[in-house]
Design a protein around this ligand. Sequence first.
Ligand code: EPU
Length: 427
Amino acid sequence: MEKIIVCGGKPLHGTLRVQGSKNAALPILAACVLIRGVTVLENCPDLSDVRAAVAILRHLGCVAKREGHRLTVDSRCISCYTIPNELMREMRSSIVFLGSVLARTGNAVLCAPGGCEIGLRPIDLHLSALRALGAAIDDENGILRCHAKRLRGATVRLPIPSVGATENALLAAVTAKGDTLLCGAAREPEIDDLVLFLNACGARIARTGEGDLSVRGVQTLHGCRHRVIPDRIAALSVMAAVGAAGGNVLLENAAPAHLEAASQVLRRAGCRVEETGGSLTVAAEGRLRAVPSIETRPHPGFPTDGQAVLMAMLSTAKGKSRVTETIFENRFHHVDALRRMGANICLRGRCAIVEGVPTLYGAAVTARDLRAGAALIVAGLGAQGTTVIDGVRHIDRGYEKIEACFKTLGAQIERSADSGSEQPQSE
Ligand code: EPU
């Protein structure tokens, strides 16, 4: 199995262009099912989760072709409404195909999705939103059979601003008969990118309040050309690495407005974070200071996807930080590995108390989910000695050639050759 090997302690310097956003690209790919035409996505990251979405599109009858970061999807001929279990279980975002397949074909047959094991991650809100829009959904031994001759607009209230349920409801509503009001919708930048994409394809969606989206149903959607937004979590991961290892990095194509809460936390820890147009400069020198209290929150709060890399950075900050995870109930997979590297972290339910130590030490550790894996790289870059990270396939779900990015910034980091037991997925 592949491993990532990091020799830490070298400050990071240079310029890096931030990859396209995984969590924006995935629902847009699901939205392609609605389109009777050709879509061209620019800045589409080349990741295993994106390859899994493309495999679903091809299974449904689309023709997809990648040239660098441009992905072209021809979805004129959708011939199928069943998604096999092995494709569903590749990632969490496969569930967002439910809304678009149902809206396009009148049927959908699929099972519960896979994805990082960071909590229970039920899909009840997805299903209740689709039912409110007129879908009949039966669960037969874990297989969901969904039917709606034509979905119809309705008022849909989400009790929590679930990102995936918002996406599913939007995909189902855009071509429904009549108007939909989606109340309590998520406000993440990835939702805004989906709305921008759908409107460019002929949808009529407007944000009518902070968490409210109104949708006027249209008959059909046409193809368009769309540029996927920058990945705010990939950017934040590099920012945290600069905090941990020191240095000065210019992040191009970073969409600073999406990173405001995160930039504020890094500044409180002693990093210099400056915006210039669409770029961000992050610099750090010497030991950072602890940040007394941070809670993950839906956007515009501090993102749960950045909690692990932040904790890796704070492991060596002077003083006591308290990090509370309010979104997922099991998102501290990185803590044991950070402790193996010398971190002093105490878990109390959803709260982690991080007593900063002067330095971390390289160790052999395993990435147990995507962001936990990124956190171990951040920790390894700041640590003394060599860190060997197993479970790289989790990291590859969301980061494009992560070792090459950090190498550009002067880090000593390599990917060990694959001994052949993990088969790379092909697009
Ligand atoms: N929830 C329910 N019922 C539902 C849906 C969600 O109880 O039907 C709960 C979840 O269990 C969780 C909370 O609501 O406690 C928020 O979940 P949400 O639905 O917002 O998350 P998601 O759509 O499954 C997306 C991202 C995650 C990111 C979260 C929160 C994608 C593909 N995934 O997941 O990204 O953490 O929103 O921002 O967009 C990652 O990239 O590492 C990642 C996990």
